[in-house]
Ligand binder design. Structure first.
Ligand code: ARG
Length: 430
C-alpha cells in the first residue's frame, strides 16, 4: 500500500501498524463501493451547484466515476491492498484520470461522512432486499397454510403433546412472523434513511454546501442535521440494522428447528427435499438436514455480529477509528441474513408434509382442553370442569381432530385462521 491521501513529507507510519489499521477494511469496502461511487458523484454535483467546482470539472468527475462503476461491475477494477480503503481508491482513480480535477473532489467532505453515507446507503439497500425476501418467505408459508388449512397435526407446549392443531396454524405462524420481521426491517430502513453527507469530519465546513440537493439526489428521506450527531450514529445504526436482521433470523431459526425435529424418524411429520439434505460420509443409511441446521446456525452468526457491534459502540463524541470495527460485523450479518432468508421460500415450498403421521400423533388425551372448555361454556366453573376432565382422562372417548379444529373459532386460531388478513399485511409490505 502506498500514496496515502493524508501523507505529508517527513512523516511515515510504520508499515506493520498500517497493515493492522487497514485490516480487511479495503476488502470489506468492496461491499460499500457502488454506494461510495454514487455518493461521490452526488457530492461533486452538489459542489458544482454551489460554484465550488466548475461545471466542466463536475462533468469530468462524474464521467470518470461512471467509467469506474463500469470497470468495477465488469471486474476491470479491483479493490485490494494497493489502497488504504475504498475512499482512497476512488480519489486515486479520479486523480490518475483527471489530474487536478480529481484532486478537487474531496472539498467539503471527510472520509468520516463519506463512510457514513456509503454505509447508510448500503444498509438501506440491504434492508430493502431483506423485506422482499421476507415477503416471499411469508408468501410461501401462507400458500402452504392455505393448502393445508384444516389438516390436523399435534400442537405442543414444552414439546409435550397439548391440543390438536393444524398445518394451517403452524404455517400461518411463520407467515405472520416473517411479516412482522419485515415490518421491523422496513421501519429500521426509514429510521436510518437520512443523509450525513456535508457533515464532513463531524463539525461541518466553512462552505454553504448544498446538503439538501445531495440528500435528494441520493434518495435519502431527510438530513442528519447536527454533524456530531451524524458521527454518533455510526455503530448505533448498525446495531439497529443487525438487530432487525437478527429478529428475522430468529424466525428462520424456529422454522429450521421445527423442520429438523419434525423430520426425525421419531416424529416423521415432514420430509425435507433431497435437494436440501446431505448424506453421511460413513453411515450409508443417513440423510441429514444440514441445510436446516446451518440456517439455524446462521442465526448464531448474526447474533454474534450484534454482540460485536454492541462492544464497538462505547466512545466519546467525535470520530474514532474504532468505528471501523463496526464494518466487518455489519457486512457479515448482511451477507449471512440475505443468503439464509433467500433460501427460506424454497425450503418451505419443497418440504413434503406427511399428513398421515401428523394425524396419527394426536391422541385422545389431547381433547381434554376442548372438553373442559365445553363443560365450562355449558355453565360449570372452569376450575371444576378442569378437575372433572383431569380425573377422567382415560374415558375421553373418540378423537375427532377435525371437529376440534373447526370449533377453535377464537380469532386467529385453527377454526378462523384469518389468512386473508395475514395475506393483506404481507401484500402491504414495502
Ligand atoms: N476506513 C475508515 C472507517 O471505516 C474510513 C474513515 C477514516 N477516517 C479517519 N479519520 N481516519 O472508519
Amino acid at each position: 500500500m502506498s500514496g496515502y491521501l493524508w501523507e505529508k513529507t517527513g512523516t511515515a507510519t510504520d508499515e506493520g501498524a498500517m497493515r493492522f489499521m487497514a485490516g480487511e477494511d479495503v476488502v470489506l469496502d468492496r461491499e460499500l463501493f457502488v454506494f461510495d461511487l454514487r455518493a461521490t458523484a452526488a457530492h461533486a454535483r452538489g459542489l458544482g451547484r454551489r460554484g465550488f467546482l466548475s461545471a466542466s470539472d463536475v462533468g469530468r468527475i462524474v464521467s470518470a466515476l461512471d467509467e469506474l462503476s463500469g470497470l468495477w461491475a465488469g471486474g476491470g477494477f479491483v479493490l485490494d491492498g494497493r489502497y488504504e480503503d475504498g475512499h482512497s481508491a476512488i480519489e486515486s482513480f479520479l486523480t490518475e484520470r483527471l489530474g487536478d480535477a480529481g484532486k478537487r473532489v474531496h472539498l467539503g467532505r471527510s472520509r468520516n461522512d463519506q463512510v457514513l453515507a456509503a454505509t447508510r446507503l448500503y444498509a438501506v439497500d440491504a434492508l430493502g432486499r431483506l423485506v422482499l425476501l421476507l415477503r416471499e418467505s411469508a408468501g410461501a408459508a401462507l400458500e402452504r397454510a392455505r393448502d393445508h388449512a384444516m389438516d390436523p397435526m399435534p400442537g405442543y407446549t414444552h414439546l409435550q403433546r397439548a391440543v390438536p392443531s393444524s398445518v394451517g396454524l403452524w404455517m400461518a405462524s411463520f407467515a405472520e412472523s416473517f411479516c412482522e420481521s419485515a415490518e421491523l426491517c422496513s421501519l429500521t430502513r426509514g429510521w436510518l434513511n437520512a443523509s450525513p453527507l456535508g457533515t464532513a469530519a463531524g463539525y461541518g465546513v466553512n462552505l454553504d454546501l448544498d446538503r439538501g440537493g445531495v440528500r435528494d439526489e441520493l434518495g435519502f428521506g431527510r438530513l442528519t442535521i447536527n454533524p456530531m450527531a451524524a458521527q454518533a450514529g455510526r455503530g448505533k445504526h448498525e446495531v439497529q440494522v443487525v438487530g432487525a436482521m437478527w429478529q428475522a433470523m430468529q424466525d428462520v431459526r424456529r422454522l429450521a428447528w421445527d423442520l429438523s425435529l419434525f423430520s426425525t424418524d421419531e416424529f416423521g411429520f415432514v420430509r425435507m427435499a433431497d435437494t436440501a439434505t446431505t448424506g453421511s460420509s460413513i453411515m450409508p443409511n443417513k440423510r441429514n438436514p444440514d441445510l436446516a441446521e446451518l440456517l439455524r446456525g446462521a442465526c448464531a452468526t448474526v447474533g454474534g455480529c450484534l454482540a460485536e457491534l454492541q462492544q464497538a459502540v462505547s466512545l466519546p463524541s467525535g470520530y474514532h477509528r474504532d468505528l471501523q470495527v463496526t464494518k466487518p460485523a455489519l457486512v457479515r450479518a448482511v451477507r449471512t441474513t440475505l443468503d439464509a432468508v433467500g433460501l427460506v421460500p424454497g425450503v418451505i415450498g419443497g418440504t413434503e408434509l406427511r399428513l398421515g403421521r401428523m394425524r396419527a400423533a394426536i391422541d385422545a388425551s389431547m381433547m381434554a382442553t376442548d372438553r373442559a372448555v365445553e363443560l365450562a361454556a355449558g355453565g360449570m366453573a372452569f376450575r371444576d370442569a378442569y378437575r372433572e376432565v383431569g380425573e377422567s382422562l382415560g374415558s375421553l372417548g373418540g378423537i375427532d381432530p377435525a371437529e376440534s379444529l373447526r370449533a377453535r373459532v377464537s380469532a386467529g386460531a385453527c377454526g378462523d385462521l384469518m389468512l386473508d388478513e395475514i395475506g393483506a399485511r404481507v401484500a402491504a409490505l414495502c
